[in-house]
Design a protein around this ligand. Sequence first.
Ligand code: NAD
Length: 336
Amino acid sequence: MRILITGHTGFKGSWLTILLKELGHDVSGFALAPEPESLFNSTGVSKMLSRELYADIRDKSKLSGFIAEVSPNVVFHLAAQPLVRYSYLEPTETFSVNVDGTLNLLDSCEACETVEAVVVITTDKVYRNEEKQKAFVESDPLGGTDPYSTSKAMADLLTQSWSRSVSKKKIMIARAGNVIGGGDFSRDRLIPDLYRSLVAKSPAQIRNPLAVRPWQHVLDCLNGYIHLIDKALGGLPSDSWNFGPESEDYRTVKDVTDQFFTAFPGSTFSPLDGDGLHEANFLALSSEKAFSKLGWRNKLTFQESVDWTSDWYRNFSSNEDIAEFTKEQVKEFLGK
Ligand SMILES: NC(=O)c1ccc[n+]([C@@H]2O[C@H](COP(=O)([O-])OP(=O)(O)OC[C@H]3O[C@@H](n4cnc5c(N)ncnc54)[C@H](O)[C@@H]3O)[C@@H](O)[C@H]2O)c1
């Protein structure tokens, strides 16, 4: 298949490119230029692409021109301002990239005859969270408190409206939670914060150690998106889908930290006092629909997911051939 990924220079987009190339697809990408320290640069993702353009998704003419040039069958829309805490600092940018960017993407795909199916990536944070300690199902109401969650809920509703009232293409919405894996260097995310504490040889400062999230390895989440596309092209109607672990793998921030640090003896953490910015305490997703209708579920257990992640950072920091190591993880995953 000819596939376009928006946000291909990011953490998930880089893994998705490597995974799709391993599966034999033709992949192109549209995103901002990569960060200097990134999975994209350290594994040479650029060389795997048929075409790529570094531009802002809010630039509609560049986006639609590029989509027309690539003429993809399938589009994965990942480009976004994806950070909750940054969204408090830059709410206008967050709403504009996440909402206008999604509208530009949907409209540009509509104008491109070759596009058969689009997957719009939102998040578990789209659900209105009243901290009732329940796992969200796809029909639960959407809403948000911080600008990131709200902008993603808006992008999600926009996509639902588009697919019900404007488009005849297959448009799927994929909602997953916090994903972990090697090569994430983002600000204010748990695994990158743990890795940076190891580099700095100082205790990690952890916000909300008892917060619960539906952690999963990035490859499991991306495998869900690929299942979705396969089923969409096979006739499954447009719909929204949760992708998360089974309930025994809803774990706390502290559980992830303890497991990650088993690979780095001597490392420690201390809880950080709150700074007043709201972050949910309990987030969990029910993925029963994906389990039963897509035949998808996580291949990696919680412990394997964290261990694959710590292995990646250990190899990265000891200057192993990280491109080769990353490809090996993808092959091992596909072989499971
Ligand atoms: N990482 C997670 O745990 C997680 C969880 C739930 C949902 N998501 C969603 O998955 C997607 C990818 O997240 P990620 O973790 O890879 O983030 P990332 O920050 O690593 O990557 C974001 C990508 O979007 C691109 N981008 C940002 N602003 C852009 C703009 N104005 N124009 C064009 N491209 C732009 C960046 O260049 C990059 O390629 C996002 O939609 C995010 O909301 C991520």
